[in-house]
Design a binder for this molecule. Structure first.
Ligand code: ZN
Length: 130
């Protein structure tokens, strides 16, 4: 897998989220899953967690470029007050994903075939595990 960077959108970074941006290295997330998640869940989590390769609507891309700028600014120790800006950018990114949900789900269907994802509840572990 090509190294991914902070801000890259990833399918199923968490079991209950369809896609979201990286806030740490993918290697860190993989290590966390291997060390802290139930053994029966590890294979499914690692198999489904992958970068989005196709094109998403430009509004989503723009929102996540703004998200990345706000995130990088906030993580500078001398500028902790920028946390609120990052939260706002995070909410804008989530709204963009929500506004273009059909397009996101269509791309998910192509890039994540045979995925057990359920919308209600949103989970890669089906209806029994929210
Ligand atoms: Zn999937």
């Amino acid at each position: 897998m090509t190294p991914r960077k902070i801000g890259d959108l990833i399918w199923h970074l968490h079991h209950d989220v369809l896609c979201e941006p990286l806030t740490e290295s993918l290697a860190n997330r993989i290590a966390y899953i291997k060390n802290h998640k139930p053994k029966a869940e590890v294979e499914t989590r690692l198999r489904l967690m992958k970068p989005i390769r196709g094109k998403l609507p430009v509004e989503i891309t723009k929102a996540y470029v703004a998200w990345l700028k706000a995130y990088v600014a906030w993580t500078r120790p001398e500028l902790p007050e920028l946390y609120v800006d990052w939260i706002k950018a995070d909410m804008a990114g989530a709204k963009a994903l929500s506004d273009y949900r059909p397009e996101v789900e269509a791309l998910h269907a192509i890039e994540c075939p045979d995925c057990p994802w359920t919308k209600h509840p949103g989970s890669i572990f089906g209806k029994g595990r929210a």
